[in-house]
Design a protein. Structure first.
Length: 690
């Protein structure tokens, strides 16, 4: 029977969406099937509720596991008609349908935003009992003193106890960051012994994005950047001269200006192109006045979006002031900030112990990637990203920083990086920036490099020049222990990433070659493919080395290794040089690790299909259930992983380099922001093992 958790706001404006999101992320790593239910939705169509849409996208849910119940209009009509029981019955019916397909269901109650807060609390408590769920109570600490918030926690406990609800925990949300410690100390232990967690307010979440302002005002974009994720850190109405207005600007300011004030428009644009002045997050032109074509032409190059509205400046400013940032908007930067805050302030093991969920039977891509982030975050490592002028790298760095995954260093000209980040609305926070050309480390690194490569005729002058390259500078940071790992390749070739690692980081003791694997995330399991990226035509010893390294990588990422040494024939059915090479490699693996299940030569179908294995390789401990696949050459491996990725819908994570003394990983030049995030997390996990 599915477990249910009712996320119930105890005070208005509690920010319970953060709690629902963090809860879903946690449960997704510990249960096979997670559902989400909103008994009451605000819009006219329960299927178009923003929070439902976010949960469906983020956690791969569908209408059978993620649904709404009644609209607020339907709720009001039923309550007016005295049909309270009908409300309960309809919600219970939908919840039961979701629960039939899930191991655990998150129920997000109402916001207490109506006129009768007591009625809404009673509705939530009654539904929690009717659905048989535990209650996760959320208290809003915003604009309250420490004593007032502590009292609110006591009131919440008492109200839920009086309603006979089963309390799981209390979340005090939106606390002032400076008050978290004192507030934690001030909250009195309740009789139930249920935990209380304090989560601070985060401007990254509460500040609206440009997209949210645009949608709230139904504004029309007329010029500028198409990037809508940037945060609105401040709002300024341009009602003064340019000389007086420009000093009022700060990074992330949304400028509201009458459409006939060309001077302010041009000045704001000029500010964004100067390294000494701030970059606005956006501009709204008011009054419905037609802007001169020449001015619009200039604004076309703006690094921020420019909108127009028909309303006057005062009305527009008032409407903007009412827009609030919402996690349900799906903005990935807000989601990252929310999940990072949850992980820092909530003891997941304590909650999970009370829930007693069944152990997951499968590993989905989502669960694997979420667990990867959690593992990386458990012991924060230091990772360097040498390609600081690639927007994708900066976007990934922001997400990693907000999720508190690792400590990051980004390489490149600091001023240019900051200008690029400002123009794209990227918050670099406490990320360390180093310019190899001006860093005091360059001299030390050059001397070390010259010493290590003296036998190759490298002079100190050569070394100084080489340390201007981000990959060399970053690899030397790894070599000398200034950071724990490096991720590169978004804007450079694989050779550019691997070459410095081979020159002086070098391979582990006993390892003959550097190789790679892809983690292939299928619908219900993870497979390991090697080598699909580095070695074109390995000999028998190298194949054995790749197999051993791939098995070790599999174990490192929670995959029980059963190694298939692939060929075009199985067992003794085929002959030829390539088959004999695989056979010899298999023998070498068995001698090196007698404990490791390995089979070869074996065809792919016999390695994965139990029925084929029964006829082609009866009695094998690997055939039909292989998890690690070693391809005979790069041509076969690279084409196979891409075929599986494109045709079977698998998520390919990698290439993950293996065999180096310290972790360095390569990116594809076509990588996405998510690819960079995942590769950095993998590198951090490798660094933990080291």
């Amino acid at each position: 029977m599915a477990r249910g958790i009712y996320v119930s706001a105890m005070t208005p404006g509690s920010g319970k969406s953060l709690i629902s999101l963090g809860l879903a992320d946690m449960l997704g790593r510990h249960a096979d099937r997670v559902g989400f239910f909103r008994p009451i939705v605000e819009g006219d169509d329960p299927a178009r509720d923003p929070m439902l849409e976010l949960m469906q996208r983020r956690f791969n849910l569908d209408s059978s596991t993620c649904r709404g119940g009644l609209t607020r209009t339907q709720l009001r009509a039923l309550l007016v008609a005295g049909e309270r029981g009908e409300v309960d019955a309809r919600c219970l019916a939908v919840y039961s349908e979701i629960a039939a397909n899930c191991d655990v269901v998150i129920v997000e109650g109402t916001d207490l935003s109506g006129h009768d807060v007591a009625l809404e609390f009673d509705l939530n408590a009654r539904l929690a009992n009717d659905l048989g769920t535990m209650v996760l109570a959320v208290v809003n600490a915003q604009e309250s003193t420490t004593a007032e918030t502590a009292d609110a926690v006591d009131v919440a406990r008492r109200q839920l106890a009086d309603a006979k609800c089963d309390l799981l925990a209390v979340m005090v949300n939106r606390a002032a960051p400076s008050d978290v410690e004192s507030l934690t100390a001030a909250i009195r232990p309740g009789q139930s012994g249920r935990p209380v967690y304090v989560i601070p307010e985060q401007s990254e979440i509460s500040q609206p994005s440009i997209a949210e302002v645009r949608d709230a005002l139904q504004a029309r974009q007329v010029a500028g950047s198409s990037s809508m994720e940037r945060d609105v850190a401040a709002v300024k109405v341009a009602a003064m001269t340019v000389a007086n207005f420009i000093p009022q600007l700060s990074d992330g300011t949304l400028v509201i200006v009458p459409a006939d004030r060309a001077d302010v428009m041009v000045a704001t644009l000029a500010s964004s192109f100067s390294s000494d002045f701030p970059v606005a997050s956006g501009m709204i032109l008011t009054g419905g006045i037609e802007v001169e074509p020449a001015i619009l032409g200039l604004l076309a190059s703006a690094p921020f979006p420019v909108f127009e509205v028909t309303g006057d400046t005062y009305t527009t400013a008032r409407r903007v002031s009412r827009v609030r940032g919402e996690i349900s908007s799906g903005n990935r930067r807000k989601v990252a900030a929310a999940l990072g805050s949850w992980s820092r302030h909530v003891d997941e093991s304590e909650l999970l112990e009370r829930l007693a969920l069944p152990r997951p039977a499968t590993t989905t891509p989502l669960r694997f990637l979420n667990e990867l982030i959690v593992r990386a975050r458990a012991s924060r490592q230091r990772i360097v990203l040498p390609e600081g002028l690639d927007v994708r790298v900066l976007q990934a760095a922001e997400i990693l920083n907000r999720r508190d995954v690792c400590a990051l260093t980004v390489l490149g000209p600091e001023m240019q990086i900051r200008e690029l980040a400002a123009s794209e609305g990227i918050d670099l926070g406490n990320i360390n920036l180093i310019n190899p050309a001006t860093s005091g480390l360059r001299e030390e690194f050059a001397r070390e490099y010259a010493t290590l490569r003296k036998h190759k005729g490298v002079t100190l002058e050569d070394a100084h020049e080489r340390m201007l390259q981000g990959a060399y500078f970053g690899a030397m940071m790894v070599q000398l222990g200034r950071v724990d790992g490096m991720v590169s390749g978004a804007a450079h070739t694989t050779a550019n990433t691997i070459r410095p690692a081979l020159e002086f980081i070098r391979t582990r003791e006993g390892v003959k070659i550097v190789s790679s694997v892809f983690l292939m995330l299928l619908e219900d399991r993870v497979l390991v493919y090697g080598d699909c990226a580095v070695n074109p035509d390995p000999d028998a010893e190298q194949l054995a080395d790749i197999a051993l390294a791939s098995a070790a990588t599999a174990e490192q990422f929670g995959v029980t290794p059963r190694v298939a040494m692939l060929s075009y024939s199985t067992g003794s059915s085929g002959k030829g040089g390539s088959v004999e090479r695989v056979r010899s490699a298999t023998d070498l693996v068995r001698r090196a690790r007698p404990d490791l299940p390995v089979e070869g030569p074996i065809q792919y179908d016999a390695a994965v299909d139990a029925s084929v294995a029964a006829s082609k390789a009866p009695g094998s401990s690997v055939a039909g259930q292989a998890t690690v696949f070693v391809f005979p050459d790069l041509n076969t491996g690279n084409n196979t992983y891409k075929a599986v990725q494109q045709s079977a819908g698998a998520v390919a994570v990698g290439p993950i380099l293996q065999g180096l003394r310290k972790p360095v990983n390569d990116l594809s030049r076509g990588c996405t922001v998510e690819d960079i995030v995942n590769t950095v997390a993998i590198t951090a996990v490798q660094a933990q093992e080291d």
